[in-house]
Structures are given as structure tokens and as C-alpha cells.
Design a protein around this ligand. Sequence first.
Ligand code: HPA
Length: 233
Amino acid sequence: MTPHISAPPGAIAEAVLLPGDPLRAKHIAETYLENPVLYNQVRNMFGYTGSYKGKRVSVQGTGMGIPSASIYIHELIHFYGCKTLIRVGTAGAIQPHLELRDLVIAQAASTDSGINHTRFLGQTFAPIANFELMRRAYDQARARGLPVHVGNVLSSDFFYNDEPTSLERWAQFGVLAVEMEAAGLYTLAAKFGVRALCILTISDQLVKGQRSTPLERQESFNQMVEVALETLL
Ligand code: HPA
């Protein structure tokens, strides 16, 4: 039991999917896991453990942003011994060639957040994905015929940014999409020596001003979850 997760020791699997939205954790558990058991309700940040094709898997909501996600990720790794963590989330595309519903595999995560600036005393750390997980997720997506891009993403502290041009510099340097947690996940995975990956589905095309419908979001989210679960096997 930790300040934010009420599960007893051993109740959480070594392999964990991490959606931001706790109701997505519930949806994943009820749709894809056999015998899902709810292990956390603190702050309604639901976490479940069940099995997928015989493998023990947990799914834990993280909330939005690096600070919230980092609390859950730290506790999962440090107190519950989680070893493989895959974030499944949505992102806004900042390159014109990305389409709504495309998959993005975050090879690396740049950030405008202050956490690593503080942690590394003003120097720059490059948060990167685990190569083996990234390769497997890519192969899974390709085998399913899903449009998939691999590259740098921006983990922003802003959903509503006062600076209208804030994303342009990142886009000029090839960053594919903006989300809000991957840099925190990759940094903590590096700190604790475990494996992490972030897979995203494009829910907003920020260059073209397009937004997917709730049904499109759900369908592409499910495809991404299937890729993530197969990556864990
Ligand atoms: N910004 C940050 N995170 C996001 C976005 C966005 O536009 N869309 C989906 N996740």
C-alpha cells in the first residue's frame, strides 16, 4: 500500500499498461483482460490486474501530465516491482503528414517541463524508449496494417498554451506530436532500470485543425491497446 495505490504487495503484475484516463483503464480491463480484479480506487484512479493470453497484466490510470503520471509510475516501479510499463495515450499531431487515428511510437520524448531541468541541475537528459519494446510494437502495428510513425514526441506541461507559436520550433526539429506524460515515464524507467514505451494515437491534428469523433477515438484507442498487449507477450 502506497499513498496513492491501495493494492497489497503482489497484487500488481510486472507488466502494466498506463492510460491517462482511469475510465480507459476500466475499459481495457473489462474488454481485454480475463478475470480482471480492481486493486485501486484511491482518487478513482482505477487499477486492475488480470490476464491476457495467459500473461498476467495490470492496467493503471495515471491522470494527466508528468507530475500526476510520475506519482503512479514511481509507486508502481519502486513499491510494486513493475518491470515493463507501456503508456497508451492520445496525442496532437504537429506535422502535416500525420493523420487522425495514426499510431505514433515515441522513440524519444522531448519536454518543456521543468522536471529534468531541475533533476539534472540545468543539463539535458534524453528520455528514450526501450528498444526491444519499440521494435515489437512497431512490428505488431505493421503486421496489422496500421499506419504507424516512430520518432520524437513532445511531453508538454501545457494543454492550453498562452504562446500560440509554442509548437513551431519543436515541429521544425521533426517532433511528431504533443502529449503530456512520456518524458516522465521514460525518465523514471531509466532511473529504476526498467523497460518503458509510449504508444499514442492521434486524436487531434493541430496543423490542420482536425479532431477525431468520440467513436473514432474509441476505435483507434482499441487498436493501439491490442498492439500494446501483444507487445507485452
Ligand atoms: N495537447 C496535449 N496532449 C494531447 C493533445 C494536445 O493537443 N491531444 C491529445 N493529447
